[in-house]
Design a protein around this ligand. Structure first.
Ligand code: DGJ
Length: 550
């Protein structure tokens, strides 16, 4: 056997160290196992504790107002636009200086970035396309309405538009690969923003008309069943009857996005997603009647997006519906074995903060309230009236609890160990079925005793005037749980193998995770602190609790 000399060993070590220092971190990717999903960043599941900046904060001089809010919210990820109009103001002349400044500052702030490609469609309109695109209808056609008149929205059949958007997006991805491949500051890209069309079910231009009378592509047939009886194959109308036009429009837009995403990923293969302006999740299913945005990735056409846009990893709900039943319904509809849950936008008003527990407990990739920077622009009535620290605070205190355990939480979620609830508008208690244990989460209780002791009592704990409770639980062992929450009471009893067995708390440690993810116990709860359930107050509390049976 060849003997390794000391000098050779030293040389090997130096080479190995140098290699490690310069090797790029693995590229972020979305992985799937047993119907669950994880966003892998640096090779491990990542919990996206995000905020989304306002629409016009995507300029170097504006970023100061953004980082301050990112910091106050304790976010680990910033979602922020990169607009076609700013990177290609003149055709063929690219300027990525904003992207460079953004990445430099993101690294300094130790924050990851999700870039939002505002291009052919931003909230359905072409406002973020460069002037040379949005005012040249000849070359970049708009959609045509049923009456033959041009309408505001870009046609998904505009070949030149697609070519130009694709070219600009590819240039962006090429630039990202060049400047960020080693650091992986950018972890995901949103392609377009809230696409679809308001006020028209589809494009009636010549190209669209011709395509509408063609047979439905086999991939769409394979993914999307008709809600009403129809032919197994044939034209859109033959297969989908009264739903044909909106499904066709979804297919047309998704196919366009697919081309853009595919070209970008061929250059730099980051995860990509689309976001959805939601339709009412509780309304009875019926064909489009000018009552929602046609063609966007609404819940009922996710299948069409899956068929037409395989380079898009997921369709994500932007949830501005503050009602708890609608919020929950949207989560149900968008979290599927073939569609990872990500809430890339939600209202930034205080009542939305409790939904963070529900969303992260469900095993989502992440969440981000919208409009989180310190510009003097409120998002009321969809979001907060405040534009200062008081807007950031309700989210900041929840994120601060999750941050030190963000990687563990993402791993537990991927393993299917996490659960979450947000207090409903009905204020009723909720149950969470875990492995051999069931948690009951109730709200508006005082910490000592039960409300039933004093049926006439009118007093409620401060801060619970409106629904504000939330709890997320990770079952980290057979009988052990990490419980994080606010304004809630948690009780756990046996089910399954533990059904009928008397149980009691072995330990209920209040504490925190340190920066290395190590549990630091601060005190052990017992007596009044456990006799009436585990009572979480306005102060976001983390418990590491273990039960025993006897
Ligand atoms: C949803 C859009 O996706 C955002 O860009 C922004 O316009 C918000 N609506 C405003 O509430």
């Amino acid at each position: 056997m060849k003997k390794i000399t000391r000098r050779a060993l030293a040389a090997l070590c130096i080479a190995a160290w140098a290699g490690a220092a310069t090797a790029a971190a693995p590229i972020p990717e979305l992985v799937k196992k047993d119907g669950r999903h994880a966003l892998m960043v640096d090779g491990a599941p990542y919990l996206l504790l995000g905020v989304q900046a306002h629409n016009s904060s995507n300029y170097p001089d504006a970023l100061k107002q953004v980082w301050a809010a990112v910091k106050d919210v304790h976010a680990n990820t910033l979602e922020i636009p990169v607009a076609w109009e700013q990177v290609e103001p003149e055709e063929g002349k690219f300027d990525f200086s904003y992207v460079d400044t953004l990445l430099k500052q993101a690294r300094e702030n130790k924050v990851r970035v999700v870039l939002l490609w505002f291009a052919t469609w931003k909230n359905t309109n072409p406002n973020y396309a460069p002037e040379w695109v949005k005012f040249n209808n000849q070359r970049f056609p708009r959609m045509v309405g049923k009456d033959g008149k041009s309408i505001y929205c870009m046609s998904p059949f505009g070949e030149e538009t697609l070519k130009a958007d694709k070219k600009a997006f590819t240039a962006l991805m090429k630039h990202l690969k060049a400047v960020d491949e080693e650091q992986r500051t950018v972890i995901m890209v949103q392609v377009q923003n809230e696409v679809g069309t308001i006020g028209a079910v589809r494009d009636f231009g010549a190209k669209a008309e011709a395509a509408f009378h063609q047979a439905v592509p086999p991939a769409v047939l394979a993914h999307k069943k008709s809600p009403v009886p129809g032919a197994a194959s044939g034209t859109w109308t033959e297969v989908y009857g009264p739903y044909a036009e909106e499904y066709f429009h979804a297919w047309a837009i998704a196919s366009y996005i697919e081309e853009v995403a595919k070209a970008g990923r061929a250059v730099y293969n980051l995860p990509m997603y689309v976001n959805s302006a939601l339709r009412d999740p509780l309304a009875l299913m019926a064909p489009w009647q000018n009552n929602f945005i046609s063609g966007g990735p609404a819940f009922d056409v996710i299948d069409i997006y899956k068929a037409a846009a395989p380079h898009i990893d997921l369709a994500a709900p932007d949830i501005y519906m503050s009602e708890s039943n609608k919020f929950s319904a949207n989560l149900e509809l968008f979290q599927r074995p073939d569609n990872a849950l990500l809430v890339p936008e939600m209202g930034n008003a205080k009542p939305f903060a409790r939904y963070v527990y529900q969303v992260l407990g469900r095993g989502a990739l992440g969440i981000a309230p919208f409009g989180v920077d310190y510009f003097d622009y409120t998002n009321f009535p969809l979001g907060s009236k405040d534009t200062d620290k008081s807007m950031a605070e309700p989210f900041g205190k929840v994120y601060a609890a999750f941050r030190p355990m963000e990687r563990q939480w993402a791993k537990w979620a991927f393993e299917g160990r996490t659960y979450g609830v947000a207090e409903g508008d009905d204020r009723k208690s909720q149950t969470v079925n875990m492995k051999n244990w069931k948690a009951t989460v109730s709200f508006r209780e005082w910490q000592l005793g039960d409300r039933s002791w004093k049926p006439d009592m009118k007093d409620y704990p401060a801060g619970t005037e409106t629904p504000s409770g939330g709890v997320a639980i990770a079952q980290i062992g057979d009988n052990e749980f990490i419980i994080v929450g606010q304004h809630a009471r948690v009780k756990i009893e046996g089910t399954g193998n533990n059904e009928g067995k008397p149980s009691l708390w072995a330990r209920v440690e209040e504490g925190r995770f340190d920066a290395n993810g190590k549990w630091i116990m601060e005190r052990n709860w017992n007596g009044d602190q456990t006799d009436y359930g585990l009572n979480l107050t306005d102060r976001v509390t983390i418990l590491k609790a273990r039960l025993g049976t006897y």
